[in-house]
Design a protein around this ligand. Structure first.
Ligand code: IMP
Ligand code: MG
Length: 186
């Protein structure tokens, strides 16, 4: 397989690894303060959220446990926000303090769906923590309790975010060049 070279694809650094590290620690401190001695059930959406989760969990001083969901959007890029759970949680969340951890929210359709599904399971509380937000792209109202950064209207990669499954492992967040987004997959 021929891969386009990184310099054809990657643009400016939007957030450095150090900036992200600092902000994740701040979020961890706020969560620790808010939940006090309660156990927090961190629920993360595969795959993009796991890098954020790994750092956030280590910045939280309350007891935490981890669980994972995987989803796939219905074909055709439906605007309904209907997504299919391809992997459900391992554990029950009834009566637990659940904090959803996600990488980025745009329209809010994906996370809105997940939130509705989890709410029906009667957790003691349900909050949302995201690292990146584009609030100006929101189509549905979604209460978000913790936000790391607001993102400009650019497609970005790194720290869990991918472009065609690549670049999740970049320690910083970078823009993808607009010309690269138009390239056919190869
Ligand atoms: P929403 O349903 O419109 O809120 O879409 C959010 C989802 O789109 C995220 O979970 C990501 O998978 C994806 N996404 C949004 N913006 C970016 C980006 O800049 N880079 C990579 N993935 C993104
Ligand atoms: Mg995601």
């Amino acid at each position: 397989m021929m891969l386009a070279r990184d310099e054809e694809i990657l643009g400016d650094v939007i957030f450095t690894a150090a900036e992200i590290r600092r902000r994740v620690r701040e979020l961890g401190r706020r969560i620790t303060r808010d939940y006090q001695a309660n156990e927090v059930q961190l629920v993360t959406v595969l795959k993009g959220g796991v890098f954020f989760l790994a750092d956030l969990a280590r910045a939280i001083r309350c007891p935490v446990s981890l669980d994972f969901l995987a989803i796939s959007s219905y074909a055709g890029g439906s605007q309904s926000g209907e997504v299919r759970l391809t992997k459900d949680l391992d554990e029950s969340i009834v009566g637990r303090h659940v904090l959803i951890v996600e990488d980025v929210v745009d329209t809010g359709l994906t996370l809105g769906y997940i939130r509705r599904v989890l709410e029906q399971r009667r957790p003691a509380s349900l909050r949302i923590c995201i690292l990146f937000d584009r609030p100006y792209r929101r189509l549905v109202d979604l209460p978000i309790d913790y936000v790391g950064f607001e993102l400009p209207d650019l497609f970005v990669v790194g720290y869990g975010l991918d472009y065609r499954q690549r670049y999740r492992n970049l320690p910083e967040v970078r823009a993808v060049k607009p010309e690269a987004l138009a390239l056919p997959e190869r």
